[in-house]
Design a protein around this ligand. Sequence first.
Ligand SMILES: *Cc1c(COP(=O)(O)O)cnc(C)c1O
Length: 448
Amino acid sequence: MNRFTPYLPALEKALRKIDSWRSQFDSSDEVSDIDSDQIDSILNNLCDRLNGNYPFHHPSYAGQMLKPPHPLAWLAYSLTATINPNNHALDGGPPSSEMEKEAVQELAKMVGYGDTYLGHLTSGGTIANLEALFVAREIHPDKSIAATANAHYTHRRMCRVLNTEFLEIPVDEQDNPDLNFIKDHADQIGTVVVTMGTTGLGVVEPLSEIIELAHKHGFRIHADAAYGGFFSLIKNNLPKLKQWKQLSQADSIVIDPHKHGLQPYGCGSILYKDPAVGKYYKHDSPYTYFTSDDLHLGEISLECSRAGASAAAFWATLQLLPLSENGLGSILKKTRSAAVTFSDLLTDSKQFELYQQPDLDIVGYFKKPDGKKLTDVSRLSHEIFEHGMKAKPDSGYHLSLFKVSADHFTTRFPDYKADSESVTILRSVFMKEEHESFIPVLAERIGI
Ligand SMILES: *Cc1c(COP(=O)(O)O)cnc(C)c1O
């Protein structure tokens, strides 16, 4: 049952292999005077502190986008970190830089970019998006970057960092971006950010319709698929196939392996359709060392030091679970199926209501109050949320709260009285494969 300990013999064997590589040089790596008692005691204290976490590993945790990495990713990360290569340059870690290139090539293949692209891993989605927006600004220095209110909040902030105007695309009550607004402001827009799986409710925005406008008006498209990117592996099983089919049309794409790619934190990625954008990163550093003529990861990234261990972990994971429908896709199918089953239970429920059909594996819902007032919906959401957190491990659950505007709510549920400007509903992220079989238990615990 325990996820990680069965891998300890493999880790120990691999560590010994690395040790023997190390000892070829001399014995400087050998230590004999470890104070085991002190180490034990520090680790013991660490465990006590770590036990203060919510149970991210358990399917009763269906709150935020959190889960442990695949044990193989953890193992590969730990092993590589004993060497601690730095992927800022090929020479900071030749093997892990090669692994990064191979893993990024798989990502490029997954999104349909083929062989001509430019890309690299980053320490996360925010930095990857910053790079995409940086290139967007370099290409259209006098134009703005547009995104909907459902886009990740960091886009607006990064536009301030880049000193670029951010234009918010209004959405209607069903969260559809206002395409006429984009049309009307087209001469002012350099790039439109389209979110393929919003962080809130996993909504896939209408990429295909926005691409049509981009072709007509000449603006760029950046697809923020930090959360949703890996779902393109199972696009045939998703409601918005038409949108996923257009992903390769985007000029840049961000995907977070540390969200749905089973990686420990510290692994995002950015891909560009046109490798020529590499020129915007150009820099001359007196510190970097060039012993090869190959493309140098540090020359195409805004960050300098990055963990080679992240690249090794992602690369190793892809050896076990390749980017195919039956590889990593098999896990996404289960998370999607969990969300569909949970939504069906909500639809059939007398006490609860599904907020909207999920596009991915994130579900919004609420408990129906007697009086049909928004303030009562919010109150019940808070009560249910807190009840699950306070309960014992064998009967508890962890959800999250999500605020929507009264307009959006009453458009979906016209018989509710808008006695407040916004309403808090419940939100569950079913991003673990274990969620699939746990849904009935979870629904019962919540009282659905
Ligand atoms: C998580 C997320 C981000 C931010 O990525 P980090 O890896 O947390 O920095 C950006 N956009 C979307 C759509 C996300 O879901």
